[in-house]
Write a protein that binds this ligand. Structure first.
Ligand SMILES: *Cc1c(COP(=O)(O)O)cnc(C)c1O
Length: 386
């Protein structure tokens, strides 16, 4: 029997035609299609500016730099994320710390954040930037975080790598609460450019800094020159940037996919609803449902409830893989990675994250998953847990 992956890209004939058209055109690196993708993405997320980059790791790095993160900065994030959410601060020479998760939403806990901020204020060690992650596609508690950011004076960089097209309090993510929001267009994400990322913000100056940093900190815009132009060939490097540009090929794919975002989203939502129904009787804790926000359903992550079954996650994972079901685990808590242990973190530091990690399993979820495949996942899982 075929193996069902936990996620896979969906590529249409229109996507292929769009990429092929770019290959036949004059420009294949950053050009007008990148700009069109940025404008369409910004419109879809009701945000003033969107800057496309090579991947979300670069997007987080450049957004940190543009927010002023440097060697004396403190950046806090959640331990239940991909390592890129924390690494971005270290690239800038900043210190990283974590805030434990809320066991229900699995997102960075506002209660834990409030407590940690009180302690940090007493010790004069308040963070400069907070990086909440919209885990599995479910928007984090941005309104409460905004209130704390305004009170304590830190910036919010939302890692919405899982949450393209999600909404919070009736508006798209990236719309209102964060200083900047980052999206990923890796192959397994909601929409894909193969590799790609975006920084979205309402702040024109911040967007401009990211634009400059994605291309070596170089400008060719005469209005921005610090010195007199030497002639038509003149450009200035004004900051230390990188090459983090998106290509026209990536942008053509992303733009074409963006046109199907609502359909792909609806399909993910229907599959998540169906999982909820089919799995209701199994000894599982299902993903949270919150009335004030709509998940993008990047992941359908269940927790095996130890109070209701003796089967542990490792055994369930092995049995499902054996049966050709491509389950996965999101995530190993970042602070327990060897690299982070060498920075002084240790198992036990963030118990809610570690408890979640010990039980979680991500089931296959992608727009092309069929009902028959989904039934197979449910049946195998049912017999594994019986
Ligand atoms: C995928 C992911 C990233 C990194 O995205 P890339 O585009 O692969 O660099 C960052 N943060 C989170 C939460 C992710 O899931």
């Amino acid at each position: 029997m075929d193996t069902i992956p936990y996620s896979r890209q969906e590529i249409s004939e229109d996507d292929i035609a769009a990429v092929t058209a770019v290959l036949r055109s004059e420009l294949i690196t950053q050009g007008p299609v990148v700009q069109r993708f940025e404008q369409a993405f910004a419109a879809a997320h009701e945000v003033a500016h969107a800057v496309a980059v090579s991947n979300a790791t670069s997007a987080l790095h450049l957004a940190c730099l543009a927010l002023g993160v440097g060697p004396r900065s403190r950046v806090w994030t959640t331990p239940i994320s991909f390592v890129a959410s924390a690494n971005c601060a270290l690239y800038c020479g900043a210190a990283v710390d974590f805030v434990d998760i809320d066991p229900i939403t699995r997102n960075l806990s506002v209660d834990a954040l409030r407590d940690k901020l009180e302690d940090a204020e007493a010790q004069d060690e308040l963070p400069d930037v907070l990086i909440p992650v919209d885990f599995a596609g479910l928007p984090a508690d941005l309104r409460e975080m905004r209130a704390l950011a305004d009170r304590y004076g830190f910036k919010i960089l939302e890692d919405a790598s899982h949450a393209t097209g999600a909404s919070y309090l009736g508006a798209p993510v990236a719309c209102a609460w964060a200083d900047a929001t980052v999206f990923s267009f890796h192959a397994v994400k909601i929409l894909t450019c193969a590799e790609g990322g975006m920084v979205a913000t309402h702040d024109a100056a911040l967007a401009q800094r990211v634009r400059s940093l994605r291309s070596h900190g170089i400008t060719r815009d005469e209005g921005e020159f610090e010195s007199a132009s030497h002639g038509a060939w003149y450009y200035e490097q004004q900051a230390l940037g990188l090459n983090a540009r998106m290509t026209e090929l990536q942008a053509a794919l992303g733009l074409s996919q963006l046109g199907r975002l609502a359909d792909m989203q609806a399909r993910r939502e229907a599959l998540a609803d169906r999982y909820d129904t089919l799995l209701a009787r199994l000894p599982l804790i299902l993903p949270p449902r919150l009335p004030d926000r709509r998940s993008a359903w990047h992941l359908y992550a269940v927790e095996i409830d130890p109070a209701r079954t003796p089967v542990n996650r490792a055994a369930a994972f092995a049995a499902l893989r054996e049966a050709g079901i491509g389950v996965n685990v999101h995530y190993i808590p970042i602070h327990t990675q060897p690299f982070y242990r060498r920075l002084g973190f240790a198992p036990g530091d963030f118990p809610a994250a570690e408890r979640y990690y010990a039980r979680t399993l991500s089931l296959p979820l992608f727009p092309a998953l069929t009902s028959a495949q989904q039934d197979r996942v449910v049946n195998v899982l049912g017999s594994v847990l019986a």
